[in-house]
Design a protein around this ligand. Structure first.
Ligand SMILES: [Zn+2]
Length: 327
């Protein structure tokens, strides 16, 4: 039944994508307004890829099987994975000078990733005591390699991947098997960002972030930021997907995020919920809305869990889909 539901959803998404397909046309100018709830299109894009290429689903299942075996071994072996360093290429695709974010703003984003993935973020101390036992470092470092600046005639980009194509007003990725490619640009429809899960096409591999949600106002106050999404957590969330993390609610009512140490959530949380906010799913657990893989404001997300850390490290392990980064 679940499979059937997924297929229907995938067809609907594909139909929507087809209606919107007119990628050469300049999209209407985005009116700058405050963004409401976090919007991330990673799951929808995965469903589109599966609808267009049934082998994508097979590859995702193979990656999931591999990850499950890795987690089994990790449970029986207390030693954590060695720290990995990921070189990053940032594509700044801009139509206005405000969108041409500064090098300092880009660097502030790299600094946030390094803190969040190594649990050195100051707000990690806010993790409530009932989750203190499962909060975890991922032990992954990020190093800025190159910034590529591309002036574009496009006023905004949707999820059709034009931002990743030089021929469509975007910027082609650089060697995705050895670099994490991050695109900063103006995104339409209030979208904050999206990532490609492991196992997808090289031509579109990486993460895309709205230019004024890229970087941290706390580290680089002179940059360009949008309220509530101004601490660089959109990139933390999207890089989490790029390393195979699912949304904490499993993109379904009381869904599965393949992590045993995250509580079951009804759906996404927005804003900054109260600490005692409970799920109405089985067992009515306290929800982990402060997890980077929820939809809360940047200032209200500050942890990954042990299982999430293991899933991300599995991606880079021998036999994992991004093992090329470890060599
Ligand atoms: Zn997401």
């Amino acid at each position: 039944m679940r499979k059937l539901t997924m297929s229907v959803a995938a067809i609907l998404l594909l139909a929507t994508a087809c209606q919107k397909h007119d990628s050469n046309q300049t999209e209407p100018e985005e009116i700058a307004s405050e963004i409401g709830e976090r919007k991330c299109a990673s799951h929808e894009i995965l469903q589109q890829q599966i609808a267009q290429d049934p082998e994508r689903a097979t590859r995702m299942q193979e990656i999931e099987n591999f990850t499950e075996r890795y987690l089994q071994t990790a449970r029986n072996n207390s030693t954590s994975a060695a720290t990995l360093t990921i070189p990053v290429v940032v594509h700044v695709v801009y139509n206005t000078s405000a969108q041409n974010i500064s090098t300092a703003q880009v660097q502030s984003q790299i600094a946030v990733l390094n803190e969040d993935f190594n649990m050195t973020n100051a707000d990690n101390s806010l993790v409530p005591s009932h989750f203190a036992g499962v909060k975890a470092s991922v032990n992954i470092n990020f190093v800025l390699d190159t910034i590529i600046r591309v002036a574009t005639k496009k006023r905004s980009f949707g999820t059709n991947e034009d931002i990743k194509r030089s021929s469509r007003g975007g910027s082609d990725p650089v060697d995705p098997s050895n670099y994490l490619n991050m695109w900063s640009g103006n995104l339409s429809n209030g979208l904050l960002g999206y990532a490609q899960f492991p196992g997808g096409p090289a031509a579109t591999d990486g993460v895309v972030i709205l230019y004024n949600a890229f970087g941290s106002k706390a580290k680089n106050p002179s940059g360009t930021y949008t309220p509530n999404y101004d601490l660089g957590r959109t990139a933390t969330h999207e890089v989490g997907h790029w390393m195979n993390l699912r949304h904490i609610w499993g993109d379904a009512t009381c869904g599965n995020d393949f992590c045993g140490d995250t509580p079951v959530h009804n759906t996404s949380n927005g804003g900054c919920p109260p600490a005692d906010h409970r799920s109405t799913c089985s067992g009515t657990p306290l929800e982990m809305w402060m997890n980077y893989m929820d939809y809360t404001y940047d200032r209200c997300m500050y942890m990954f869990t042990t299982n999430q850390s293991q899933r991300m490290n599995a991606v880079f392990a021998a036999g994992g889909p991004r093992n090329s980064f470890a060599n």
